[in-house]
Design a protein around this ligand. Structure first.
Ligand code: ZN
Ligand code: ZN
Length: 190
Protein backbone atom coordinates (compact mmCIF):
# COMPACT_ATOMS: atom_id res chain seq x y z
CA UNK A 1 0.00 0.00 0.00
CA UNK A 2 1.39 3.38 -0.93
CA UNK A 3 1.66 6.33 1.40
CA UNK A 4 -1.10 7.98 -0.59
CA UNK A 5 -3.27 4.91 -0.47
CA UNK A 6 -6.21 4.01 1.61
CA UNK A 7 -6.93 6.62 4.23
CA UNK A 8 -8.17 9.47 2.10
CA UNK A 9 -4.84 11.24 2.16
CA UNK A 10 -4.58 13.44 -0.89
CA UNK A 11 -1.47 13.97 -2.94
CA UNK A 12 -0.08 17.41 -2.26
CA UNK A 13 -1.64 19.58 -4.95
CA UNK A 14 0.67 20.30 -7.84
CA UNK A 15 0.56 22.21 -11.09
CA UNK A 16 1.49 25.57 -12.49
CA UNK A 17 -0.90 27.46 -10.21
CA UNK A 18 -0.01 25.79 -6.93
CA UNK A 19 2.04 27.86 -4.49
CA UNK A 20 3.63 26.67 -1.30
CA UNK A 21 2.88 28.99 1.64
CA UNK A 22 5.28 27.47 4.17
CA UNK A 23 7.85 30.17 3.62
CA UNK A 24 5.19 32.82 4.25
CA UNK A 25 4.38 31.33 7.64
CA UNK A 26 1.22 31.89 9.62
CA UNK A 27 1.98 35.07 11.51
CA UNK A 28 -0.89 37.44 10.56
CA UNK A 29 0.48 40.37 8.60
CA UNK A 30 3.31 38.41 7.01
CA UNK A 31 3.55 39.03 3.32
CA UNK A 32 5.35 37.45 0.40
CA UNK A 33 5.56 38.45 -3.21
CA UNK A 34 5.49 35.71 -5.78
CA UNK A 35 6.64 36.37 -9.31
CA UNK A 36 7.06 33.47 -11.61
CA UNK A 37 6.39 32.20 -15.08
CA UNK A 38 4.61 28.91 -15.53
CA UNK A 39 3.53 26.80 -18.48
CA UNK A 40 -0.11 26.98 -19.47
CA UNK A 41 -2.08 23.81 -18.80
CA UNK A 42 -4.10 22.17 -21.55
CA UNK A 43 -7.46 23.50 -22.60
CA UNK A 44 -7.43 26.92 -20.98
CA UNK A 45 -9.71 29.14 -23.01
CA UNK A 46 -12.84 29.20 -25.09
CA UNK A 47 -13.67 27.55 -28.38
CA UNK A 48 -12.11 30.07 -30.77
CA UNK A 49 -9.22 31.29 -28.62
CA UNK A 50 -7.07 29.57 -25.99
CA UNK A 51 -3.73 29.72 -24.27
CA UNK A 52 -1.46 27.42 -26.26
CA UNK A 53 -0.58 24.55 -23.88
CA UNK A 54 2.90 25.13 -22.50
CA UNK A 55 2.92 28.84 -23.40
CA UNK A 56 4.08 31.18 -20.62
CA UNK A 57 1.74 32.45 -17.92
CA UNK A 58 3.14 35.20 -15.73
CA UNK A 59 2.07 35.27 -12.12
CA UNK A 60 2.64 38.48 -10.21
CA UNK A 61 1.07 37.88 -6.84
CA UNK A 62 1.10 38.85 -3.23
CA UNK A 63 0.36 36.39 -0.46
CA UNK A 64 -0.73 37.79 2.88
CA UNK A 65 -1.13 35.82 6.02
CA UNK A 66 -4.41 36.74 7.70
CA UNK A 67 -5.99 35.34 10.85
CA UNK A 68 -8.03 32.67 9.11
CA UNK A 69 -5.79 31.80 6.20
CA UNK A 70 -3.89 33.24 3.28
CA UNK A 71 -5.16 35.99 1.04
CA UNK A 72 -3.71 35.88 -2.48
CA UNK A 73 -4.08 38.80 -4.86
CA UNK A 74 -2.40 40.02 -8.00
CA UNK A 75 -2.20 39.61 -11.73
CA UNK A 76 -2.10 36.65 -14.07
CA UNK A 77 -1.00 37.43 -17.64
CA UNK A 78 -0.71 35.37 -20.77
CA UNK A 79 -1.11 35.47 -24.54
CA UNK A 80 -4.00 33.59 -26.07
CA UNK A 81 -4.12 32.57 -29.68
CA UNK A 82 -6.95 31.55 -31.92
CA UNK A 83 -8.65 32.61 -35.10
CA UNK A 84 -10.73 35.55 -36.20
CA UNK A 85 -14.43 34.73 -35.92
CA UNK A 86 -15.09 36.43 -39.28
CA UNK A 87 -12.13 35.72 -41.56
CA UNK A 88 -10.34 32.85 -39.73
CA UNK A 89 -6.98 34.66 -39.77
CA UNK A 90 -4.79 33.94 -36.74
CA UNK A 91 -5.47 36.21 -33.78
CA UNK A 92 -3.38 36.82 -30.67
CA UNK A 93 -4.81 38.42 -27.60
CA UNK A 94 -2.99 39.62 -24.48
CA UNK A 95 -4.89 38.61 -21.38
CA UNK A 96 -4.28 40.10 -17.99
CA UNK A 97 -6.63 39.34 -15.15
CA UNK A 98 -6.60 40.34 -11.51
CA UNK A 99 -7.43 37.73 -8.95
CA UNK A 100 -8.19 37.86 -5.25
CA UNK A 101 -8.81 34.70 -3.32
CA UNK A 102 -8.88 33.76 0.34
CA UNK A 103 -7.65 30.31 1.26
CA UNK A 104 -8.77 29.22 4.72
CA UNK A 105 -6.54 27.25 7.07
CA UNK A 106 -7.91 23.77 7.71
CA UNK A 107 -9.48 23.83 11.17
CA UNK A 108 -10.01 27.60 11.20
CA UNK A 109 -13.42 29.06 12.00
CA UNK A 110 -13.78 29.97 8.33
CA UNK A 111 -13.01 26.38 7.39
CA UNK A 112 -15.58 25.06 9.83
CA UNK A 113 -18.36 27.53 9.04
CA UNK A 114 -18.28 27.61 5.24
CA UNK A 115 -18.85 25.06 2.51
CA UNK A 116 -15.98 23.95 0.35
CA UNK A 117 -17.42 25.66 -2.72
CA UNK A 118 -17.76 28.97 -0.85
CA UNK A 119 -14.17 29.49 0.27
CA UNK A 120 -11.03 27.75 -0.94
CA UNK A 121 -8.82 25.87 1.50
CA UNK A 122 -5.11 25.42 1.90
CA UNK A 123 -4.16 21.83 1.19
CA UNK A 124 -0.85 20.69 2.66
CA UNK A 125 0.09 24.36 3.17
CA UNK A 126 -0.39 25.06 -0.53
CA UNK A 127 -2.83 27.28 -2.37
CA UNK A 128 -4.15 26.24 -5.76
CA UNK A 129 -4.92 29.24 -7.92
CA UNK A 130 -5.91 27.22 -10.95
CA UNK A 131 -9.73 27.40 -10.56
CA UNK A 132 -9.80 31.16 -9.88
CA UNK A 133 -7.26 31.88 -12.63
CA UNK A 134 -9.05 29.68 -15.13
CA UNK A 135 -12.39 31.38 -14.48
CA UNK A 136 -10.91 34.85 -14.76
CA UNK A 137 -9.02 34.07 -17.98
CA UNK A 138 -12.01 32.42 -19.64
CA UNK A 139 -14.19 35.43 -18.75
CA UNK A 140 -11.58 37.83 -20.15
CA UNK A 141 -11.36 36.12 -23.53
CA UNK A 142 -13.62 37.33 -26.34
CA UNK A 143 -16.29 34.87 -27.45
CA UNK A 144 -15.73 36.10 -30.99
CA UNK A 145 -12.09 37.10 -31.39
CA UNK A 146 -11.48 39.48 -34.28
CA UNK A 147 -8.27 40.18 -36.20
CA UNK A 148 -9.49 43.77 -36.35
CA UNK A 149 -12.70 45.32 -34.99
CA UNK A 150 -13.56 46.33 -38.57
CA UNK A 151 -12.78 42.96 -40.11
CA UNK A 152 -15.19 42.51 -43.01
CA UNK A 153 -14.92 38.75 -43.08
CA UNK A 154 -14.96 36.58 -46.15
CA UNK A 155 -16.59 37.04 -49.55
CA UNK A 156 -19.67 34.82 -49.68
CA UNK A 157 -18.94 34.13 -53.33
CA UNK A 158 -15.33 32.94 -53.24
CA UNK A 159 -14.31 32.70 -49.57
CA UNK A 160 -11.42 35.17 -49.92
CA UNK A 161 -10.89 37.84 -47.26
CA UNK A 162 -12.81 40.92 -48.40
CA UNK A 163 -9.92 43.14 -47.25
CA UNK A 164 -7.57 41.41 -49.68
CA UNK A 165 -9.91 41.87 -52.65
CA UNK A 166 -10.29 44.95 -54.85
CA UNK A 167 -13.11 47.25 -53.86
CA UNK A 168 -15.15 46.48 -56.98
CA UNK A 169 -14.87 42.75 -56.43
CA UNK A 170 -18.21 41.07 -57.24
CA UNK A 171 -19.50 37.80 -58.50
CA UNK A 172 -21.92 38.03 -61.37
CA UNK A 173 -25.24 36.87 -60.07
CA UNK A 174 -27.36 35.51 -62.87
CA UNK A 175 -31.00 34.95 -62.02
CA UNK A 176 -31.31 31.16 -62.21
CA UNK A 177 -34.63 31.44 -64.13
CA UNK A 178 -33.02 33.70 -66.70
CA UNK A 179 -30.06 31.33 -66.93
CA UNK A 180 -32.44 28.45 -67.70
CA UNK A 181 -34.16 30.41 -70.47
CA UNK A 182 -30.81 31.36 -71.95
CA UNK A 183 -29.89 27.72 -72.06
CA UNK A 184 -33.15 26.75 -73.74
CA UNK A 185 -33.36 29.45 -76.40
CA UNK A 186 -29.73 30.36 -76.86
CA UNK A 187 -28.48 33.89 -76.79
CA UNK A 188 -31.46 36.13 -77.68
CA UNK A 189 -29.17 38.79 -79.11
CA UNK A 190 -28.28 36.60 -82.03
ZN1 ZN B 1 -10.68 38.91 -39.49
ZN1 ZN C 1 -15.44 36.82 -54.02
Amino acid sequence: MTANGSHGHKHPPSGPFVIDTRELGRRPGAMQEVRRTEAAPADLGVELIKLPPGSPIDLDLRMESVAEGVLVSGAVSATASGECGRCLDPVEEQVQVRIVELFAYPGSTTDETTDEDEISRLVDDRVNLEPVSRNAIVLALPLTPLCDPDCMGLCAGCGERLEDLPEDHTHEQIDPRWAALQEKFGNLDQ
